[in-house]
Write a protein that binds this ligand. Sequence first.
Ligand SMILES: NC(=O)c1ccc[n+]([C@@H]2O[C@H](COP(=O)([O-])OP(=O)(O)OC[C@H]3O[C@@H](n4cnc5c(N)ncnc54)[C@H](O)[C@@H]3O)[C@@H](O)[C@H]2O)c1
Length: 380
Amino acid sequence: MIRVAVTGIGRMGGKHASNFVKGAVANAKLVAVCDTDEKVADRFRANYSGVATYTDYDEMLEKEKPDAVVIATPHYSHSELAKKALVRGISVLVEKPITVTVKDANSLIATAKAHPEAIFAIMYNQRSNSIYARAKKIIESGRLGDIQRASFTITDWYRTQYYYNMGGWRASWSGEGGGTLINQCVHQLDILQWLLGMPERIIARCKTEGRNITTENDVIAMFCYKNFDCVFTASTHELPGENRFVIVGSKGTLVITRHKAVCKFLRMDEKQVNARAKRDYGNREDKKYDKEYMFYGIRNYLTDALYGQQCNILRDFVAAVGKKDASLLRARGEEGVNALNIINAINMSAWKGKEVTVPVDPEEYDKMLAEKIKGEKKIK
Ligand SMILES: NC(=O)c1ccc[n+]([C@@H]2O[C@H](COP(=O)([O-])OP(=O)(O)OC[C@H]3O[C@@H](n4cnc5c(N)ncnc54)[C@H](O)[C@@H]3O)[C@@H](O)[C@H]2O)c1
């Protein structure tokens, strides 16, 4: 039985803790939780009397000596809390984002590498959506041919002013290290890089629309790859919004929406169609394709409704810790730096008003972020 602790038992950590208590994660026992907010800790203690409850993280690690800890605190604290566990040989599942800046993420990854006895994982729960996993296999198999163009529109993470007013750390440079990109879109940016790899350059524009916040809630960016470009559009203020990932290859097209994908596989590569064409618009035979559908599935809807998609990652993590085998993870902790590199580059491009290379200079990013935080304090 893996002895697990959860730190930060707010909205997300509270759900993780309750999943462990409910027995939704096989071979795991929740032995302790920690939250620096005494009221939150007291509320948890009142509801779950069998779980040791702390307000001091170091004390919890020292006294309980858990095998593994799940970190679900605000973003800036992720790195320090994860390192404190890793150096004690305790496995870590860190909530997304890995942390706020690439410099800090690299330092955390170095600590994890120095402690291979501990499993290091990140909560990228959208990787458990089988549609993305199958799309990745399709791309890797070459069935789409050469990627020619992509676009990801993610505008259905709707957030109201009420949401922003709820938590002091949300949507601020000082509290969360960004807005829509680092909080919500980190999921899609991870999926994007998981399927297509890392872009070489980024040009972006970020805005704040219709909300009293200091960070972005509206983004348009172009990701430049060696042989194609991808347009990324995100917003958290429009309704109804959509979630649409389109990948166009020379042999087919994938259109992935929220819980469904349509794949069109050409019978002939477009390059061949063009080379053979004896007329201006191609002909009907050349345009033929086979259509395949992928669905999220009723079972996934039901388990998500019961436990949340994040529970899949809790299960993988516990299995990986139990077998001491990081290959059982859907996302290793160090992979968290990829989406963060993209986010830091989008921000930097928007701040500078010009194209930037990926990865951006971590030192320069930290300096620019510090300026943003200083500017924000002047407003407050
Ligand atoms: N994977 C997902 O789908 C998903 C969804 C929502 C939130 N999250 C992530 O979960 C994390 C927490 O978000 P949330 O919405 O639950 O926030 P929240 O504000 O509801 O909860 C955070 C809790 O952490 C506590 N805390 C702060 N600093 C602490 C520290 N140093 N040690 C222990 N406790 C501390 C706070 O008192 C609070 O109770 C963030 O990283 C967020 O991005 C992930």
